[in-house]
Design a protein around this ligand. Structure first.
Ligand code: TYM
Length: 328
């Protein structure tokens, strides 16, 4: 273990399953990090409440994400896998952090600014979201936080609040370092924008292969003909291909783009093949796990127990530092 440094990250159970953008941008890195660090990965159901209304749906999404964590190869004996709401101390810490954090900074969050520009109303949870996320990270005194580029601003806020808290209240938290892999910081979706549930441009990680193929065939390209020379670097198909292939395979496909004579349909078949090669074995494990909700719940219950030990130690220090909860 690298100097006992702790890695923490979270994923929202906000859809029937995670997509391959979450996988290539974050989840895949979790598995590598688990080999070298103490790791904690959370299913952030409280965050998902900002967008999911149906409690039954939310429970399904949580099970699906638990199965995904296991299917990609995380070992729950080594890694703590747990549901955020099972450790309620996170809400308490979020309050203490909120009392240190200027409202003006929350108002600058992309999502809040976006909603203002588009004149759509948001719930207060959306505004408070970065504080709860900072509480996740700081409650577990994490040193490193692997995320995709879209979480950069949230991580900056978490660092900021940790520094403010430490400065005013004493050294309680490590200042967390974002781990954003530049090669997979933003995975593009079928239309070339960031892959996202809200743009409906995603491929679900465990969708059946027929549906993956159908979606791959929908990837938007320019209108160059078969014989034309094509530019791999501006092509949405090639962008996806990069995350599921070796350097040699990328070189080879790149040459075919540059040589002309290859239609986009052929490139789409190539990307479908490499996605299937990587995902199909995981899909089989996932499909098996999702039929065993009791086993998934056991994993989460055990994870919560272990997470809570860490959380309670931190919260005791924080209460002390802010001056609440002491015997009078
Ligand atoms: P969420 O659930 O939106 O996404 C989970 C992870 O997937 C990454 N990701 C992507 N990476 C590359 N390309 C994409 N198209 C793409 N789409 C999503 C995200 O960056 C993220 O790493 N706020 C977080 C959840 C959270 C959290 C935390 C994360 C709550 N508390 C504490 C880290 C630490 C979120 O909404 O992720």
């Amino acid at each position: 273990m690298k100097g006992q440094e702790r890695v923490f990250s979270g994923v929202q159970p906000s859809g029937a399953q995670v997509h391959i953008g979450n996988y290539a941008g974050a989840l895949k890195h979790f598995v590598t990090l688990a080999k070298h660090y103490e790791t904690i990965f959370c299913i952030v159901d409280l965050h998902a409440l900002t967008s999911v209304d149906e409690s039954k749906e939310l429970n399904k999404y949580i099970e699906s994400l638990a199965a995904a964590y296991l299917a990609i190869g995380l070992d729950p004996k080594k890694t703590i896998i747990f549901r955020q709401s099972d450790v309620p101390e996170v809400c308490e810490l979020a309050w203490y952090l909120a009392c240190e954090f200027p409202l003006g900074l929350l108002e600058r969050a992309h999502k809040v600014k976006d909603s203002r520009t588009k004149n759509v109303s948001i719930n207060s949870g959306v505004m408070f979201y970065p504080i709860l996320m900072a509480a996740d990270i700081l409650l577990y005194r994490a040193h490193k936080v692997p995320v995709g580029a879209d979480q950069k601003q949230h991580l900056e806020m978490a660092r900021d609040v940790a520094e403010r808290f430490n400065f005013r209240r004493g050294d309680i938290f490590p200042v967390p370092e974002p781990l954003i892999d530049e090669n997979s910081a933003v995975i593009t979706g079928l239309d070339g924008r960031k892959m996202s549930k809200s743009y409906d441009n995603y491929i679900g990680l465990f969708e059946d292969s027929k549906s993956v193929r159908k979606k791959v065939m929908r990837i938007v390209t320019d209108s160059k003909g078969v014989e034309d020379i094509k530019d791999p670097d501006s092509c949405n198909i090639f962008q996806l291909y990069k995350h599921f292939s070796s350097t040699d395979e990328q070189q080879e496909l790149r040459q075919r783009y540059l040589a002309g004579g290859m239609g986009y349909g052929v490139a789409k078949e190539e990307v479908f093949k490499v996605i299937e090669r990587e995902i199909n074995p995981l899909r089989q494990v996932y499909n098996d796990l999702i039929k065993r909700p009791n086993d998934l719940r056991d994993v989460l219950a055990d994870g919560a127990k272990r997470a809570r030990v860490i959380a309670q130690a931190t919260i005791a220090d924080v209460r002390d530092a802010v001056g609440v909860g002491a015997k009078l």
